[in-house]
Ligand binder design. Sequence first.
Ligand code: NAD
Length: 479
Amino acid sequence: MRTPHYEQLSLFIDGAWLDAGNRDTAPVINPANGAILGRVPLATAADLDLALTTARTAFDTWRHTVPAERSRILRQGATLMRERTEHIATLMTLEEGKPLAESRDEVLRAAEYFEWFAEEARRIDGRVVPSNRPGVQQLVKRQAIGPVAAFTPWNFPAITPARKLSAALAAGCSVILKPGEESPATALALARCLDDAGLPKGVLQVVFGVPDMVSARLIASPVIRKVAFTGSVPVGRLLSERAAAGVKPITLELGGHGPVLVFDDADIEAAAVGGAANRFRGTGQICISSTRFLVQRGVYDQFVERFVAATGALVIGDGMASQTQVGPLANPRQLAKMEALVADAVEQGATVLAGGKRIDRPGYFFEPTVLANVPMTARIMHEEPFGPIAVLLPFDTLADGLAEANRLPYALSAYAFTTDARTALDVGDGLEAGMIGINQYRIVATELPFGGMKESGHGSEGGAEGISHYLTNKFISQA
Ligand code: NAD
């Protein structure tokens, strides 16, 4: 296996790629072996203030750039992302840990969002509304809302920035992006594609820093008119409060605790084998992951056997190795959290059917873990694990299954497997989730709105819906 080159990390402010200089830095660590890949510069207050002034000026240019030109630049950015897939995917696997094939797929899907919103940029139309007063003309316009502060996490370092940037830039907004400090090079590489595609100076800026300091300063600034965040529920709540203080809209993509309902009449093989792949993809660090597998009692034993076998067959290792299916966890916090969740469940009587412990090798590896007989009082029945732990539990009736699926304040993704049309309709209607997969686990697509309900957040990214948060309505009534 070759050791590829990792990028020099920088801030991207006012059109300049700024090295650490005298700034504080944080190490970026390869989670597969603990090696330091580089150091990410942390923005100072002065850096953020410059970014804010620049975002304000750049907004005035970009919002008046004609849609066809905005569209052309976004499309060209996407083309460069496609051309640079191998390079960007390598950076992603080195800093985040996911298998290289998944990183490649993520880069291509990120490019697809830019292509999608490049088209949507050309369709920001308005309305002429008939007036009840003779001679009065009423025009409803949709305009770019203003400079955006966007915060994205480490787990999907290409797709989470892409969903926000593509829509905001298409709408005519300028953006200050703060990606996760643990996987910074991927977002910088996307920004480089947009810069090389001719995005005017200052329309996109990328900063890293102490997250709390950065979000407090950016959100409090009168320059920022819109906030977008992907991450955990507690941080989402905090940023909501900050946005509310300035009466700014916020889009939130927060955590999940995806339930899967498997009915007696289901294709058990598809539900179990696909379920193990889905649960452990990204080492479980995916907000739409399936976590609780609720299996109707008649097929429970059969499901457990197939699920545990499929889990045991997964190949764990460094994401740079071609055979790897499950990489390391992204950081030591995640490792400690998995250990604590399993210990708590076992203490309360849970049975470990597979895995259950960290793997004794360098890096942050944890065994894909399957738990059964987990009491309702266990932490994992309430908290998003955001890691490689699956919980299996039986249910009896459709009503029982739906009640358990909808029990938590999370409502992001949900899945169901059944061959009965009536049951499929009932679960589609009854599941509280923003995204539902029936007889499949693959639920995300560029053309569909991505987002949750309840404490999983509000607002949709992607699809025809995804641009609306970056636009505001204005009417002009002319006598
Ligand atoms: P976290 O909420 O602390 O961090 C998530 C992201 O938010 C990181 O990029 C972090 O830099 C940023 N962040 C943290 N505090 C912030 C603040 N005050 N202001 C602005 N940004 C801030 O969680 P974590 O420990 O890094 O990740 C674990 C949890 O995050 C998971 O349990 C999961 O719930 C959640 N998460 C969700 C998603 C998602 O796609 N919805 C993605 C990643 C993480």
